[in-house]
Design a protein around this ligand. Structure first.
Ligand SMILES: [Fe+2]
Ligand SMILES: [Fe+2]
Length: 276
């Protein structure tokens, strides 16, 4: 029996926000309902789910309680990453059974060692800013955590992407300490992926000996914008999430998935390949 392991990642829920679209107002809580349903319907179920930040738009307890209630219907354990819209003390208070968040430090950084893939979570929140930060204290912790296990395949989850996406507006809300972070990750060749969110768009990059991803929001997107703009309007592309599938004989395969329901066609048989 292969030691398969799957991790679902949902990100940027922003519960509490309602966005007016020409077709009507969308409450982002309703988007999360669809995402939870979609993840719960995967077969086989993911072994775990990681929520990579921006759980509630205003980081308040009322909205965290709604997320907490909905997440109680998840069919797999889940783990929380802090985003720039989040509030650490409120997260710790509402998700109080998530004792891994009580790290003995201000930051919510932890490693999960009991799974076939090691999950290391880092905290990029800089309070009062939408930009992220990896400062010396947090970097030192990561270096120490990675040094404890240099063999087992490892995924690092964080909210802010550790790379420039080429989109000036989201990049202006990027993170400080990227180079220092990259220098640490480069030392450990068992880091299979660095998975982030925050941009509300899909992106992937070969980065410091691993693959770095941003995963689209499970709630709403922003358009692909390579020009320098003052702001971005929300866009209603299909909300998405990611599934990482670890197969020891293959490696880590990333699958981008879309929540919501989509129509199936009817097969017309396998087409004959061209003979040229
Ligand atoms: Fe976000
Ligand atoms: Fe964010």
């Amino acid at each position: 029996m292969k030691n398969l392991f799957t991790i679902a990642q949902i990100t940027d829920l922003h519960v509490g926000r309602e966005i007016p679209f020409p077709s009507g107002k969308i409450a982002l809580y309703d988007q999360l309902v669809k995402a939870v349903e979609s993840v719960n319907n995967l077969d086989p179920l993911p072994d775990v789910l990681v929520v990579s930040g921006d759980l509630a738009n205003h980081g308040n307890e009322k909205d965290y309680k709604r997320v907490h209630g909905l997440f109680s219907t998840l069919k797999m354990p889940y783990y929380i990453v802090v985003g720039n819209h989040d509030q650490r003390s409120s997260l710790r208070s509402i998700f109080s059974e998530h004792t891994y968040m009580n790290t003995g430090s201000e930051y919510i950084q932890y490693a999960l060692d009991d799974y076939p893939v090691r999950i290391v979570v880092i905290d990029t929140l800089a309070v009062g800013s939408h930009r992220g930060l990896m400062d010396k204290e947090r970097l030192d912790w990561l270096d120490m955590a990675l040094a404890q296990e240099k063999e087992k395949p490892t995924i690092i989850f964080m909210h802010h992407p550790p790379f420039e996406t080429g989109m000036p507006y989201p990049d202006s809300l990027g993170m400080d300490g990227k180079e220092e972070l990259g220098a640490i990750i480069r030392k450990y060749n068992n880091v299979e992926a660095v998975a982030s969110g925050h941009t509300h768009r899909e992106a992937a990059l070969r980065w410091n000996g691993t693959v770095a991803y941003t995963t689209p929001s499970a709630s709403f997107s922003y358009k692909l914008e390579f020009h320098d703009v003052d702001d971005l309007d929300p866009l209603m592309e299909p909300p998405a999430y990611r599934v990482f599938r670890w197969d020891p004989e293959v490696g880590l395969v990333s699958h981008l998935c879309f929540s919501g329901t989509y129509e199936y066609g009817i097969t017309e048989g396998v087409p004959v390949p061209p003979e040229n």
